[in-house]
Design a protein around this ligand. Sequence first.
Ligand code: HGY
Ligand code: MN
Ligand code: MN
Length: 426
Amino acid sequence: MMNVAKDSLRIDQTRLRADFEALAQIGATRDGGVHRPALGEAHLAARAWFRERAEADGLGFRTDGAGNHSACLACGPPGAPILLLGSHLDSVPRGGRYDGALGVLAALEVLRVVQETGLALPVHLEAIDFTDEEGTLVGLLGSAALAGTLDPDELRQPRGGREVLAAGFARAGLTDESVLGVRRDPATLAGYLELHVEQGARLVDAGVDVGVVTGIVGYCSYRLTFTGQANHAGTTSMAERADAAQGACAFTLRARELVMADYAGGVVNVGDMHFSPGAYNIIPGAVALALEFRSPEAETLDRLEADLLALAREQAATFGLGLEVAWQGRCEPALLDARVQSLIAQAADGLGLSHVSLPSGAGHDAQSLARVCPAGMLFVPSVGGVSHSPDEFTRWADCVNGANVLLQTVLRWARLDSNANLTDEY
Ligand code: HGY
Ligand code: MN
Ligand code: MN
């Protein structure tokens, strides 16, 4: 097929829409979102649906010891490297229907278009759904395992709790050993591409169709437990209290001040706080909080980590409290391959779509893959910039644009040379 014919190839948007609507019913919440935390029943049901679709479409299917699920198309010569396309089907608790799902479904659609047009490429294609991108358990679990960068300590003290992890592994038939054993030889990977909703408002505010992602933020998680003394809320004078809530809440407020004052481009979040014993009339003896902070640079992430832990110790001392600090994982920031960015931009140009280069403040599986192969990502606009919420919304025309850019980027990548090797002539 001539390149000009390939340039005219488009995804089947009716088929993609049918998949999108069907998938959104799995784990659907009444307010229009989805609740599919990693390796929970709804997530496993979504994976079963994905497998059914792949096999019904005549595609190959594979899964691995980390539970990653893939539709496969052997469209290259024997022994050809694999160009991975994908994202994740798990969601945050009570999240949106686009985050991750669009990328997996668009990847599946690209394989179907290549399959039905009978295109022979220098690479095989694989549409992958990575396990636990969202960090209900660990964060980027499946992609880090595949890249061989998963830290075993993150399975020993996962941010979602060891019990939750073990229950999820049991449901999915996984073990720590099976997860740690799935590393792919980078020589077998031509590269990785991911379509994702922006989860921010830059594209929609600028009226731009496509974001070409330049880099992805790094993030680190801690569980901090401020410990005081549970006591009677009525008979204990204010001066003699060892009130764990005071330390936890003062830390939360001052962490925000610190980052806003000293870390432009950094963010901090306390996403959960648990008081114990937890009653109106008991001074909290302990308060555990879930701390996450992010920066686009690894060195800045290190400094932010040191500053936040020092602040926690300071607030504990101020209120006469103990402090337990539990590291819960870290995902390194990543720059995405400039040559892949160029292919994405060319594909958008070829489709008459406007595009802009921008960094990602959200974490993505592409940051795992970027450690071992050329990786690229493209965004489509999020209306109102909302995400990790049932109100997450992307216009269907933008979803179709994103899937077509993904398809055209694959076709451009595949015509580079006989092995789809990226050259530096971009
Ligand atoms: O949390 C994130 O940044 C991503 O959505 N997992
Ligand atoms: Mn995502
Ligand atoms: Mn997400």
